[in-house]
Write a protein that binds this ligand. Sequence first.
Ligand SMILES: Cc1cc2nc3c(=O)[nH]c(=O)nc-3n(C[C@H](O)[C@H](O)[C@H](O)COP(=O)(O)O)c2cc1C
Ligand code: SF4
Length: 421
Amino acid sequence: MIGETRVMLEHAGDPEQRTLAGYRKHGGYQALAKALREMKPEEVTEEVLKSGLRGRGGAGFPTGRKWKFVPKTTKRKYIAVNADESEPGTCKDRQIMENDPHQLIEGTLLAAYAIGAETCYIYVRGEYPHSIAALENALDEARGAGLVGRDIMGSGFSCDIWVHPGAGAYICGEETALLTSLEGNRGYPRLRPPFPAVEGLWKSPTVVNNVETLSCVTHILRRGAAWFSSLGCEGSTGTRLFCISGHVKNPGVYELECGKFTLRELLMDLAGGTPSGRPIKGVLPGGSSMPVLTEAELDVRFDLDSIAKAGSSLGSGAIMVFDDSVSAVDVALNISQFYSHESCGQCTPCREGSDWVRLMLDAVRRGEAKTKDVALLLDVLDRIEGNTICALAEAFCWPVRSFVRKFGAEFEAHVAGRASA
Ligand SMILES: Cc1cc2nc3c(=O)[nH]c(=O)nc-3n(C[C@H](O)[C@H](O)[C@H](O)COP(=O)(O)O)c2cc1C
Ligand code: SF4
């Protein structure tokens, strides 16, 4: 039987945990006190590096390594917390912000101390009013107690944190678009390099980390890197939040250790299989921007590296399941509709390509495409990928290509007029 290991969500059911007093009852802000009293900033980074923590925002980049890219300059430095949570199917960061906001604030302060930042912004998805309110309340309390602001705990370290609501654009979750938006401009992504850690907000070094990533930092500093890396498996240490949705009996957000079970065990045991009893047809294991895995591929071990070897990714931790009543062409079309709507329009291959892909899939679905159009579709996807400023283009190329390759017979049936639209 697969069970949860609750670290970040350990006290999520207790309303008192949202308050400073409740958070302190369970050891809150002790990690920060210890770091400010006993550790040099570099030692905080080393501890995070040793823990094996990898980013929970989507790309899985090692957090300690990212922090090490920050140059040792006298320039101002910033932390930008990515709380945009915009990837379809993803609803985990809000669990942290609404149920236990102080663990995010503590992790953010630890990251700020490690890189020498005195200003942090939490960029929260605009559609999350409850998260914004919970964070504002927690910050008010933390400021009042001298935990945020000038001379924190009498240590000489000063740092303020501001909540910045987004305005509903998916692209503002992409780290460079998030920074452009924070600067007060339209949320356009920027070319990298330079990476934000070197040149971010107002051209100053800026670490962008996801809400869950920074919440893990709190627990790493509280209980040590060795404890954290004893959870999960090599390459996927600690616990991770997964949002399971779609055709499963028990959808929800689960905190799990990776590497202990297969994807099939997760879906059949914890998620309870499909409500209808019909077979699972496919799974998007890391949000709508990741390649689909078919029923035949579900015996893969459930961790970052194994899922990557199987040709997909754990991405943002959103596992979306559909049974065999669902048309693969419909899912591919639905995904392309989302991304063509959300393209910011800066790059021709993404702006024009996403719309062309959407129109072509719509033609396939209506039985109005020709056999050669399916090959043309794959060819166009190859030309889009890798030729744009940011990875939104990959975010629709990867899943659409995987659907065409893995469910080719369905696409052919539509083209041949053998499937109803
Ligand atoms: C189109 C697009 C949308 C993204 N949306 C989010 C998001 O909503 N939340 C998030 O944390 N990361 C998102 N990311 C990933 C960020 O760019 C970045 O990698 C992440 O915030 C880094 O944090 P981490 O190292 O803690 O994972 C997105 C990336 C792309 C390409
Ligand atoms: S790839 Fe798409 S979303 Fe990203 S910058 Fe280019 S047009 Fe904008």
